[in-house]
Design a protein around this ligand. Sequence first.
Ligand SMILES: NC(=O)c1ccc[n+]([C@@H]2O[C@H](COP(=O)([O-])OP(=O)(O)OC[C@H]3O[C@@H](n4cnc5c(N)ncnc54)[C@H](O)[C@@H]3O)[C@@H](O)[C@H]2O)c1
Length: 352
Amino acid sequence: MASDKKVRVCVVGMGIGRSNGRALSGNPRGEVVALCDLREDAMKDFAKELPGEQKLYTDYKEMCRDPEIDAVFVGTPNQWHVPVAREVVRNDKHVIVTKPLADSEDAARTLVEEADASGVVNMMSLGTRYGASCQHLGKLGRDGFFGDFYYARARSVRRNGIPDWSMGFISEGGGAFRDMGVHVLDAVWWMMGMPRPISAVGVAGAHFGQHGNGYWDGRQPAEEFYSKFAADDFGCGFIRFDNGIGLQIESFWASHQPGAFQIELFGTEAGAKLSPLTLYSMDDGAEADTEIKLPKQLEGFDLMAEEFIGAILDGTEFHAPLQHGLVVQQMMEAVLRSGETGVEERIDAAME
Ligand SMILES: NC(=O)c1ccc[n+]([C@@H]2O[C@H](COP(=O)([O-])OP(=O)(O)OC[C@H]3O[C@@H](n4cnc5c(N)ncnc54)[C@H](O)[C@@H]3O)[C@@H](O)[C@H]2O)c1
């Protein structure tokens, strides 16, 4: 594709698709030419804020056959990520998929195999990893600032935060870990240099959702909704990596605890926490705590849009292939599985 061309994108899913769509459309070399959702009103509403004209599709298979679309953002509920993304890559279009990659390890693996074989640009959309603070810690880690990592803690804790706006969240394949645990798990794994996971132990289950408790902002959903709750509202575990690192991971959609969204890194030379972004080290025998204020920079959805579009038009490197989503899925599923089996689960990581 000539470098003066724009990437013509379709956005699927009018929830998180709006944030990704704004970034893709706001990129000087991107344009949103189509929207796809089951809800026509939601597409019309989003189209009002986008420049140019958008074709509206309610059938993703029909959309995938449109030769005037080069690339697709997939932002449906988890259970539809893989069916939609597989159709996209089978039609030789580039794809960017929101987290989690899939609703199961098998589905994630199938998609990655097909996407890699097709040769299209296939990337994860990861709001946390691409945030400025995570990018900063990741760079410090690669530059050796922390020495060797040997331990980390990552947690996403909500007090009353079960999503009540889509059945996808509370159905099988949804749940707190695949919704929120995935953010901190992906980010901490990436910051530590993506070590190879080998096993996990976990506990997981639901104590709130099926009783109509713990929903977003303390709202009370209809019994017809919450009686179908079939997911975890908490999932916690411990993951071992082949280089000896241990990771404690916690995700709660609801709990009797104050909310938290935190990553803590333990290195031989220094440590850090994500929020507020702080580095811990020794300075000539004294404990040194450094709170970092980052300058305004390209980050989050805008940074992902830039990488995705650059990879398509210029063949430049992108740092979050779907394969990363598969390894993260393997870690999540091992923690959740261990919660059921009660024993440590092995992970056969999809890594070179
Ligand atoms: N920060 C982030 O990266 C972030 C934030 C929120 C949600 N998400 C992810 O985005 C996904 C959706 O979450 P949400 O909060 O946007 O949900 P949502 O319910 O607000 O939006 C999902 C949209 O997908 C549409 N949809 C459902 N099935 C479809 C299909 N087969 N074809 C086309 N459209 C379909 C729905 O009509 C709905 O408009 C989830 O997987 C979630 O994990 C990511």
